[in-house]
Design a protein around this ligand. Structure first.
Ligand code: 4AD
Ligand code: MG
Length: 480
């Protein structure tokens, strides 16, 4: 008999009164001598279907093997339920056991810590919480593709293996086929790559942006959506060594337009979650974070604050004067720590903030430089004056998360970009093709990168980034 998914069993009235076949993993079994109740889940929904097994029909040996975690196939009539807590149930005619589940099943006990779950990441997928998180993760991926498709962006595939360091931060994993203990070196002791697979030093990409810009300056508007890799040794609840990034890049987009796109895109994703993931969100709201749904709805109502960095520093300095204590300094020129970002978002404005016009010295080489003043400063967004050069970087800061998007207008002037590359000692052999976009028919353009897992953190209310990707990669952890 053909199997029906539990999500359809629970939502399709026409099935009531029919014989159905369900297959899934047992959550619980309880009951008495006459009748046993089995809660079955097949991953298609957070909800279980109740199977009612009459002990005269289903033999005791079979029933005894139906333990938590076992995999079964049950056939019976779908009827309206007599009991509380479910609208329908299956009056079981027969059960076949596909897979027994002995009592050392690691997910048997309820209420395990997330740390315990991470050690059993191969099995945690079968729990309610992780089922909910990964269904939502799927829906967010669909939201992203739908948004960009509907707005005329082309899905553009950028390479994962690269010879350039987009962010210039040097946090790259190397790619080689060579025996690392027996590397060829030149007279100065420097490694020679000429006989390595690519004939040059290569790494896993930290961002698809540079190639994304080539796409945007040809197709008009593109987005990438793929894995990115960063060898930053930051053991925080917000960092992964392998994470997924969404990177739209658009020709003829200015700073205001970029911020509009960032805000519209995030709101679309949040709305999509509320529209498509109701059952899973209600579960997480109940079990993980009881302000989750309220927070998601709140973001949709808010207009994000657009705040030049220089004004942000003034607010933070003011707060310090009024007695607020921060662990790290926040003078003009400092990279803001997550405590500063969260103060602005959660305490001061109480809504998401798009911060713009960062000091050049803390941002990447490719950002558009603001107009210089004769005194060595600059003038940027909303005519804000800054004491030193600034760039049109526009990051989105979110409650609970901190930076969820990093973006910028790109420097389109060949001369300015070249000067910046030289000043930062970026090897020109890596950059000639990128500079060609500025040499041949350059155009104003802008784009951003959204950390997919940070979006999932926000949308699920989970606290640790390791719990929103199926198999996290972090320092000292590459199992599964
Ligand atoms: O701010 P980032 O470094 O920006 C870029 O890579 C640009 N090239 C993007 C672009 O303009 N096309 O990274 C973008 C976002 C961050 O805002 C953050 O959400 C996420 O990627 N991110 C990480 N997420 C998880 N683990 C990490 N180690 C991350 N590093 C960055
Ligand atoms: Mg950033």
């Amino acid at each position: 008999m053909k199997r029906t998914k539990i999500v359809d069993i629970l939502s399709c009235n026409a099935l009531v009164g029919q014989q159905v076949c369900v297959k899934g993993w047992v959550r619980t079994r309880r009951g008495n001598k006459q009748v046993q109740f089995i809660a079955l889940n097949d991953g298609s929904t957070i909800k279980n279907v109740q199977i009612v097994a009459d002990t005269e029909k289903i033999d005791a040996d079979t029933l005894k093997d139906i333990t938590t975690g076992a995999c079964i196939c049950a056939i019976g009539k779908l009827v309206e339920s007599q009991g509380q807590g479910q609208s329908v149930e299956i009056q079981c005619d027969s059960i076949e056991i596909y897979g027994l589940c002995p009592n050392d099943y690691p997910m048997q006990k309820k209420g395990q810590t997330f740390e315990y779950m991470r050690k059993h990441a191969h099995m945690r997928l079968r729990t309610n919480t992780f089922g909910a998180v990964f269904r939502i993760r799927h829906h967010m991926a669909m939201a992203i593709h739908t948004y960009f498709h509907e707005h005329g962006f082309f899905y553009f595939h950028t390479p994962l293996i690269t010879a350039s360091d987009c962010e210039g931060a040097g946090n790259m994993f190397q790619v080689t086929t060579k025996n690392l203990y027996d590397l060829k070196k030149d007279d100065q002791g420097k490694i020679k790559y000429d006989d390595d697979f690519f004939g040059q030093q290569t790494s896993l990409t930290v961002s698809g942006q540079l190639e994304g810009e080539l796409g945007a300056t040809a197709l008009g508007a593109i987005y990438t959506f793929g894995p990115t890799f960063r060898a930053e040794n930051s053991n925080t609840p917000r960092h992964l060594a392998e994470f997924w990034m969404v990177e739209p890049e658009v020709a003829f987009l200015d700073q205001e337009g970029l911020m509009d796109l960032e805000e519209d895109f995030i709101k679309y994703c949040v709305r999509w979650a509320l529209d498509h993931c109701k059952d899973d969100l209600e579960f997480l709201n109940k079990m993980i974070d009881n302000t989750l749904i309220e927070r998601l709805e709140g973001v949709l109502k808010e207009t994000f604050v657009r705040l030049p960095y220089t004004k942000g520093i003034e607010i933070l300095q003011d707060a310090i004067k009024k007695g607020v204590k921060f662990e790290f300094p926040c003078n003009w020129g400092d990279d803001l720590a997550s405590e500063h970002e969260r103060y602005l978002v959660e305490e001061h404005f109480k809504k998401p903030v798009i911060m713009t016009d960062y000091p050049s010295k803390i941002k990447a080489f490719y950002m558009k430089q603001n107009q210089a003043t004769p005194q060595g400063g600059s003038i940027g967004y909303q005519n804000t004056e800054a004491p030193e050069p600034t760039m049109q970087g526009t990051d989105v800061l979110f409650p609970q998360i901190g930076e969820i998007i990093g973006g910028s207008v790109r420097e389109e002037s060949y001369d300015k970009l070249l000067a910046e590359i030289e000043q930062r000692n970026i090897p020109m052999k890596d950059m000639w093709w990128y500079l060609d976009t500025r040499k041949y028919g350059t155009c104003p353009h802008a784009g951003f990168g959204l950390g997919f897992e940070r979006l999932i953190l926000f949308v699920t209310g989970m606290a640790n980034i390791r719990d929103v990707i199926p198999f996290p990669r972090t320092p000292n952890n590459a199992e599964f």
